[in-house]
Design a protein around this ligand. Sequence first.
Ligand code: ATP
Length: 308
Amino acid sequence: MREHVIEARSLTKKYGSVTALKDVDITVKRGDIYGLIGDNGAGKTTFLKMLTGQIYPSGGEVRLFGAYPEKELQKNRKRSGAIVESPGFYPKLSVERNLEYYRIQKGIPGKGKVEEILKGVGLWEKRRKKGGTLSMGMKQRLGLGIALLGEPELLILDEPINGLDPSGIIEMRNLLLQLNREKNITIIISSHILSELEQIATIYGFLSQGWLLNEITAEQLHEQCAVYLDIAVTEPEQYAALLEKKWEGISYKVLPDSSFRIKSPEMTADAYSLLAAEHKIGVLRLEQKQMMLEEYYMNLKERGRLSC
Ligand SMILES: Nc1ncnc2c1ncn2[C@@H]1O[C@H](COP(=O)(O)OP(=O)(O)OP(=O)(O)O)[C@@H](O)[C@H]1O
């Protein structure tokens, strides 16, 4: 059984009269990338801040690497790195000096560590730039670099891709996947960008108004919500024969309106319309269902349904 890196039991947080988290139970196992999903104000940051020790629970408990009493918990927090809210660094210091400052502050030996981190997060070329003059994406990288200084076993990331441009998002995604796969770093990450989370998370937790609505693994999501493509054509019978001839063993069903639902299509949608066009068959409708996570989330939130 994989070790429990994070265990929250009946975790509750009240800010005065506002209850931001209610009886939340979350378990994150070693090697997981846990995607924390929820609308604004759902309680994601509140949860993550209780992991980092920036705030304390009003009820329930949180364990990191099995430790519960606050003293033990504090010790085990050193095994994690975090970016919660905006990445914290000194805007007037250069990128390199920022990392050097935090290296010394955290008591991490070896000057070479800073160079290794700078290269790892793609900031080597920008090492002499002042933190405050960096672009949003570069600031996030610096934040991640600081979080990685202590060789954490757990990364706690609150909206790390917020404000990044498309290539920044891809780079951050690849970096996180690499850290997870090569160094077995467990990650808990909150994001509003579901299509992004869908590409990296191994398990999802859905928060709404302080409640944990549901948890589902990426594997379960894929089983429940297999991708499919719907195509309606002018000559269904002829098209069925063409489909079977072209892609032997293809899995599809004919819907009541005589359109075809092709399960887990291996080809792009274009391949199916091209097949029709080559035989002068008209395509009346072509839809591909791709965003499983988004659909699952909307069903859960709006209809309370645990399905796609
Ligand atoms: N310091 C605070 N004092 C009072 N209420 C707070 C405080 N911090 C958060 N809240 C409230 O707690 C609830 C949860 O907020 P939280 O920031 O955890 O949500 P979130 O899911 O991270 O939202 P977002 O996606 O907007 O960052 C909200 O109603 C918020 O207004």
